[in-house]
Design a protein. Structure first.
Length: 177
């Protein structure tokens, strides 16, 4: 037999070029696979930092009279029992409310069902805030299906922020129970 090489056909040459290209891409693919978990961990850490920052800003906002007034008004208008209870105090000298928290929540949810059902037509706007050491007054405009109501809120400083003083006129204006 002769030792002369057999010339490569066109198909063989194309197959050889593709095989070389695939071989060179294997290294790149392997590096990407190794980097995958690192990228995922990095994205997760960045997401956790972003959520933490937003939460810190939101909590800090609640420690101001304006933030507490807006948050309480939203809770009172839409029936968020937890925020309503947390961000309000009974008016001094007002008759004691004999209802349990669950009963107050049920009454609040019943009183605000219409606003929750038509939430896109409800707007809450802070008009002004005036603070005097441990008390404040906020003027809030609530726009809803029944029209516009400007509500004056009395706020007091509590141990961990500010709370709205629940009064009958305030609750009539925003629909809380």
């Amino acid at each position: 037999m002769s030792d002369t090489p057999v010339p490569e056909t066109r198909e063989q040459r194309v197959e050889r070029i593709y095989a070389q290209a695939e071989q060179s891409l294997e290294g790149v693919k392997a590096r990407r696979v190794r980097r995958g978990p690192e990228v995922l961990i990095g994205v997760t850490v960045l997401l956790a930092l972003a959520v933490g920052t937003v939460a810190a800003v939101d909590l800090r906002r609640l420690m101001t009279p304006s933030g507490a007034a807006l948050a309480w008004t939203g809770a009172a208008v839409f029936g968020d029992c937890t925020a309503y209870e947390r961000l309000s105090v009974a008016a001094p000298g007002a008759p004691a409310d004999d209802r349990s928290s669950a009963e107050r929540c049920q009454d609040l949810q019943a009183a605000t069902a219409r606003d929750r059902d038509d939430s896109s037509s409800v707007g809450i706007e802070l008009l002004s805030v005036r603070q005097d050491r441990d008390s404040a007054q906020a003027q809030v405009r609530v726009t809803g299906p029944d029209g516009v109501a400007d509500v004056r809120l009395e706020l007091v400083e509590v141990s961990d922020g500010w709370a709205v003083v629940r009064t009958a006129p305030t609750c009539r204006a925003v629909g809380c129970a």
